[in-house]
Structures are given as C-alpha cells and as structure tokens.
Design a protein around this ligand. Structure first.
Ligand SMILES: *Cc1c(COP(=O)(O)O)cnc(C)c1O
Ligand code: SF4
Length: 336
C-alpha cells in the first residue's frame, strides 16, 4: 500500500471504504512502515488466532522504520502472544461474553452496558475480545427490542452505555433507530458511547452521526479509547472537535500497557494532549488477564508508582483514575 498520493485519496473515501481497506496482514503493514517482518518478532500463528486489523488512519500515525513504535506494538501479532502466563485465562471478564446473547449487562447501579455488535475497526492485541469468536455478532432486531424493553421496565437505570465491540460500527440508520428508541425512555438521563473509532477511524464521525446524537434529548457522553499521545493525529483532533462543538462530553480511557505507556512521562503527555483538545482523562485500566496478553502486563505495584508520579506532575483533573475490573464488585475498583 500506499504512495503518498494514494494515501490522500484513501482519506477522502467514506469510513466504510476506509474500513474495508484496512491492513489485514503482517507483510502489507510492514512494507508500509518500511520494516522487514524478519527484523520483528512477528507470528503468523498469533495472527491466525486473532487477525491483524489496522485502518490506515491509525497506521499513518506510526513512525516509519521504528520496530518499537508504541502504536505498532498495540496491533502487531507477535510470538509472545503464544506464551502461557499464570493467572491469564480465556475469559477474564466472563459475563461480558455471555451478555452478547441478550445484549444487556446490568452489573452496576443505574447504568447498563448495551452490546449490539462484536465488531471492531482495529484488533488490539491486548484485548480480552481476542479469545471470542463473536466478531461478526450483530444483535437481531428482536433481541434489540427485548433489551430496550428491559431498560424501559427498570426506572433505576439512568444511563445506557453502548459498548461492544465498537457501537459506532453500526450503520447510521441502525444507530439512529436505536437512539430513537432510547430517547423515548423517560427515566433515561444519559446515553454513553464507548468507542475507539474517533481515534482509529475518525472518518466515522460523519455529519449524519452528529445529527443523530445532537437530536437526542438525552445528554450524550462519548468515551474514546486512546493509549498514547501519538494516536492523536490532526484527523483525530478534527473528529473530536466536531463532537465537542456539538455539545458532547468526551472522556478518554486507556489501558496500562508494558512497553507502550508504562512510563510517567508518556502518561503525562497523553493527558496533556487529550485535554488540549477538550478530552478529559477518565480511566487508566489495568490489563484484563486474557490469554495471549501476558507480555503487556504492568504489575499493580508498578502501576501505583506510575500514577503517583503522574499525580505529582499534573493537576488533579488530568490524572486518570487507576482502576481494575473485579468480578462481583459494584463498580470498577479504584487502585489509588
Ligand atoms: C465498566 C462498566 C460500566 C461503566 O462503569 P463506569 O464506572 O460508570 O464507567 C458499566 N457496566 C459494566 C458492566 C461495566 O463493565
Ligand atoms: S474492544 Fe476496544 S480494545 Fe478491544 S479490540 Fe475492539 S477497539 Fe480494541
């Protein structure tokens, strides 16, 4: 892939076309980055378990010729993924996979996860989703209606969180239909969308999407997912500006990842850069212990040291909450 001229043409295409043209194999991505697969610890076997998938808009933010690039490391299938690590298993967030059957996961007071699709625009190597064959899941219309009825019937629910997969991979028509159904539920105050698309495929933030969101009488919150300041390209900034100027609150969540952002300076730069574009740091998650991701783990002890360093450097509102997922807990568990 692309010569500079072709690259410009690529970014004038609509988001579905850009998605269809995403990198899907190691050789093409390496060639684009001017790297030889022979110089990298790549693993075809790892990519057969969980395919490589990277939109050009994300690859474009990687540094050419750098095998240690922090964005590349998030998406490149490598040999370490085949190693077994104690405490890592196939289903660290058990009920989430189960919830893809009904579409709703109601674990915390006042808010439910609504899972409509298992697809993502990018395959992040550290994700628990790598072990689930639900990439093509799309909730049927009947199940979606049943999920909406569940929310309608429980007036303690004030917030619906569209999650996935990536909910912004739904078409504008489907998303609009869903949001209209949610708009009609009186006790709902907020609709929250957890999506990595504003970061990895910013072309998804279309005028039509903005219209669907701004026409809702509910408050709209978008939580993007960005792990490193280098992910915030000019195209990402433009997409987030569009969300911000439409009155949408935009937060960020990150995962603490060894070799990518396990460094106080990198974390501070991320918070600074996010906030300079109006995005508020929300959570810094410890890794979910999914098979194939052990090499990304940062210990809780090390995480604490890092977040204290960030805290000693930045104003409080730029320090994300360091949290982990714990089965049976009534919220994410705060570590600091
Ligand atoms: C993470 C999560 C939420 C959202 O938690 P907040 O602390 O409100 O961001 C809600 N439900 C489930 C099941 C979750 O895993
Ligand atoms: S769910 Fe999020 S972290 Fe996991 S692969 Fe999709 S975009 Fe990446």
């Amino acid at each position: 892939m692309p010569e500079p001229q072709l690259e410009i043409q690529h970014f004038t295409k609509n988001w579905q076309q850009q998605l269809a043209e995403a990198f899907n194999n190691i050789e093409d991505l390496c060639r684009y980055l001017q790297l030889s697969p022979d110089d990298l610890p790549v693993s075809v076997a790892a990519s057969e378990t969980f395919a490589l998938r990277v939109p050009l808009s994300f690859a474009d933010s990687m540094e050419k010729g750098n095998p240690h690039d922090p964005l590349l490391r998030q998406v490149l299938p490598i040999k370490e993924e085949l190693l077994a690590y104690p405490g890592f298993n196939h289903d660290p967030v058990g009920d989430l996979a189960a919830a893809t059957q009904t579409g709703v996961l109601h674990k915390y007071h006042g808010r439910v996860l609504f899972i409509n699709t298992g697809s993502c625009a990018i395959n992040c190597r550290y994700c628990f989703r790598r072990n689930f064959p639900y990439a093509d899941l799309q909730l049927s219309k009947q199940k979606e209606e049943a999920a909406v009825q569940y929310i309608q019937a429980d007036d303690s629910i004030s917030e619906v969180i569209l999650s996935g997969g990536d909910p912004l991979l739904l078409s504008d028509a489907r998303l609009s239909r869903l949001i209209q159904q949610l708009n009609a539920i009186k006790h709902l105050k907020r609709i929250r969308i957890h999506s990595r698309l504003p970061i990895v495929l910013p072309a998804r933030i279309t005028g039509e999407l903005i219209n669907t969101l701004t026409e809702s009488p509910k408050q709209i919150v978008i939580v993007v997912h960005c792990n490193h300041a280098n992910e915030i390209s000019d195209r990402v900034i433009a997409a987030c500006n569009l969300l911000k100027t439409s009155g949408i609150t935009v937060f960020n969540q990150s995962v603490l990842l060894k070799g990518i952002n396990d460094n106080a300076k990198v974390l501070c730069e991320l918070s600074e850069r996010l906030f300079s574009h109006g995005i508020i740091p929300y959570y810094l998650h410890l890794l979910d212990k999914a098979t194939g991701t052990g090499h990304f783990e940062v210990s809780e002890q090390q995480a604490l040291i890092l977040i204290r360093q960030v805290q000693a450097t930045l104003p409080g509102y730029l320090v994300p909450k360091l949290v982990k997922e714990q089965a049976g807990a009534t919220s994410k568990l705060s570590i600091l």
